[in-house]
Design a protein around this ligand. Structure first.
Ligand SMILES: O=C(O)CCC(=O)C(=O)O
Ligand SMILES: [Fe+2]
Length: 284
C-alpha cells in the first residue's frame, strides 16, 4: 500500500490528531509526562518483581500479562479468553504494587478528547479482551505489523477500521530501544482462510517507505498506527530492562476500545482470577 502520512512530526493528543492517527495520516502522537518520575520508578520496580514470562521467539522478550500471537493459529478463540483473568490478575498485582494504573489513565486521557465511548474491547459470549501487556524488550523486537482484520479474522476486533499501538515507557535507556515505524500499511496477499505471518517480516515490505524513529522517553506515552510495520532496536546491554505497557485503541462502530489482541507473540496463564480493569469496560 502506498504511503499515507501528511506529517511525520510527533503530535500532541487531541480529537483531531487521534482521528488522523487512526486514519494513518500522522506518524505518531506523544503524550508527554503521562506519568511522574515517582510513578515511573514505582511501576518499573513493581514490573521487575512481577510474574515475568518470555516469548518463544529468537530475541528474548519478557512480558507480564497476555498477548494473542500464540493463540492465533489453530486455536479456538475461547483459549485466549480463558486466559484473560489470570493475566489480568498478574497485571493487577503490578498496578497495585506500583500504585499507578497506566491503562486506566490512558482511557481517561482518550475519553477527554474523544466524543464516542472509550473502553476495553469485549467479545460477545466470551468476555473482555486483555489490555496492558508489560514488556521488557531489551534485545529489541523484529519488524512486524499489528492489524486485527488480518491477524485475528475470527475475533470481533477483526471488524475495526483503524488500530493504534500505545506504549508507556517507565524507564529511560542510555542508548538503543528506539522504535522505527514505516509508513507502508501492511497489506499482504492472503489466501482465503489463511492468517498471514506478521512477525519478522521481510525487509521488502518497507523498502523505500517514509519512516519515523521515536525515543522511549520515561514518563511518556507514544501512540502510532500499528498497521505500519515497526521494529525496536536492541540496547547495548542485554539485561537493561525497558517496561512497556501496551494495548491498542481502535474504533468499533462508534467506540475506541483497548485490547492486546495483537502482540506478535506469546501466551498468558497464571493463578488467580479477577479483572483489574472491569471499571474500564466500554460505556453503553
Ligand atoms: O515499544 C514500542 O515502541 C513499540 C512496540 C510495539 O510493537 C507495539 O506497540 O505494537
Ligand atoms: Fe507492534
Amino acid at each position: 500500500m502506498p504511503a499515507t502520512w501528511i506529517d511525520t512530526k510527533e503530535q500532541d493528543l487531541s480529537r483531531e490528531t487521534l482521528a488522523a492517527l487512526l486514519d494513518n495520516r500522522l506518524a505518531a502522537i506523544r503524550i508527554r509526562t503521562f506519568a511522574s518520575p515517582a510513578e515511573c520508578a514505582a511501576f518499573a520496580g513493581a514490573a521487575r518483581a512481577g510474574n515475568l514470562k518470555h516469548y518463544s521467539v529468537a530475541t528474548r522478550i519478557g512480558y507480564i500479562g497476555l498477548a494473542q500471537y500464540e493463540y492465533r493459529w489453530n486455536r479456538p478463540l475461547s483459549d485466549y479468553f480463558d486466559d484473560v483473568p489470570a493475566a489480568a490478575a498478574d497485571l493487577r498485582q503490578v498496578v497495585e504494587a506500583a500504585g499507578f494504573d497506566p491503562v486506566a489513565r490512558l482511557i481517561e486521557r482518550l475519553r477527554a478528547v474523544w466524543d464516542a465511548p472509550v473502553g476495553l474491547g469485549h467479545e460477545a459470549g466470551q468476555g473482555d479482551y486483555y489490555a496492558g501487556i508489560v514488556r521488557i524488550a531489551s534485545e529489541g523486537v523484529a519488524l512486524h505489523a499489528d492489524y486485527a482484520p488480518l491477524n485475528s479474522p475470527a475475533y470481533a476486533i477483526a471488524r475495526i477500521d483503524g488500530q493504534l499501538g500505545w506504549n508507556f515507557f517507565a524507564e529511560d535507556l542510555p542508548s538503543g530501544g528506539a522504535t522505527t515505524v514505516y509508513n507502508a500499511p501492511w497489506s499482504p496477499a492472503v489466501a482465503r482462510g489463511e492468517i498471514p505471518r506478521s512477525y519478522d517480516l521481510p525487509r521488502e515490505v518497507v523498502a523505500g517507505a517514509p519512516s519515523i524513529t521515536y525515543a522511549p522517553t520515561a514518563g511518556d506515552v507514544v501512540l502510532f498506527n500499528s498497521r505500519n510495520p515497526h521494529e525496536i532496536a536492541g540496547g547495548p546491554r542485554p539485561h537493561l530492562d525497558r517496561f512497556v505497557r501496551r494495548a491498542h485503541a481502535r474504533p468499533l462502530p462508534a467506540a475506541v476500545v483497548l485490547s492486546t489482541a495483537q502482540m506478535p507473540l506469546c501466551t498468558g496463564g497464571a493463578s488467580q482470577a479477577g479483572s483489574p480493569e472491569s471499571h474500564c469496560a466500554p460505556r453503553a
